[in-house]
Ligand binder design. Structure first.
Ligand SMILES: [Mn+2]
Length: 227
């Protein structure tokens, strides 16, 4: 990726970060009733920032989040994990970010499950270094998920640029090698059919040290008042 391209991707990420921050404050105020209302908020926010969508946002409450490519419905936001996967396109370049919030009060087990995904994701990011095999980063994250590795049902990540999904592919048996100035996503998730889903995704710039271009908080965001 050339310097001007990295700048545009970074700007796209900064714009989607702001929209995520705004989303959290609106969720705190209980501004949304349904997945579709959140979806519309994301679309409107992208356009008002002068961007287009990088892809159709994923907004999934409760068991809907167990579907990896869930399409927003009129289902009411309810207690449990709430997955939002959203990115914008700024001057032709994309951002891609996923956050999982908790609506209502989580149990100790639910907190642990979220933290497991977060630790695995941060471990993966640490290994996003020049000349590392993409398949190795994928494997490290699966190993970090311990007992739950079978519940991680998709590849770890992909390149981001003009297209939201492009090379290299971070997945088992990928032959790609990470190179300086690539931007890749690291997005582990855990999925329990008909129960729940959790995914955390950042766009990472490969340098001597990995640089996360998406920066909206990954600490547990617990939003009361949902049942
Ligand atoms: Mn992605």
């Amino acid at each position: 990726m050339k310097p001007f391209e990295i700048k545009r991707i970074a700007k796209a990420c900064a714009i989607s970060d702001k929209i995520f921050d705004l989303l959290v404050s609106e969720l705190r105020k209980k501004r949304f009733r349904t997945e579709k209302e959140v979806y519309k908020f994301l679309v409107k926010s992208a356009y008002s920032a002068g961007c287009r969508l990088a892809f159709k946002p994923i907004v999934a409450t409760g068991k809907n989040a167990a579907e990896i490519h869930h399409k927003a419905t009129d289902d009411k936001l309810k207690r449990g994990f709430f997955v939002v996967d959203f990115g914008v396109k700024y001057k032709g370049y994309c951002s891609d970010c996923t956050r999982t919030f908790f609506l209502g009060k989580p149990t100790a087990a639910e907190k642990k499950l979220y933290d497991l995904v977060l630790i695995a994701q941060e471990t993966g990011i640490m290994y996003c270094l020049p000349e590392v095999y993409a398949a190795d980063v994928d494997l490290i994250v699966r190993a970090a998920l311990w007992d739950y590795f079978r519940n991680f049902l998709h590849s770890l990540g992909h390149g981001v640029g003009k297209k939201v999904h492009q090379g290299p592919s971070l997945r088992p048996r990928s032959r790609s090698i990470l190179k300086k100035n690539m931007v890749v996503t690291v997005e582990p998730g855990l999925y329990f059919k008909n129960k729940l889903g959790i995914r955390i995704e950042d766009a990472i710039l490969i340098k001597e040290k990995p640089i996360s271009l998406t920066r909206t908080t990954k600490k547990r965001v617990i939003l009361g008042g949902y049942s």
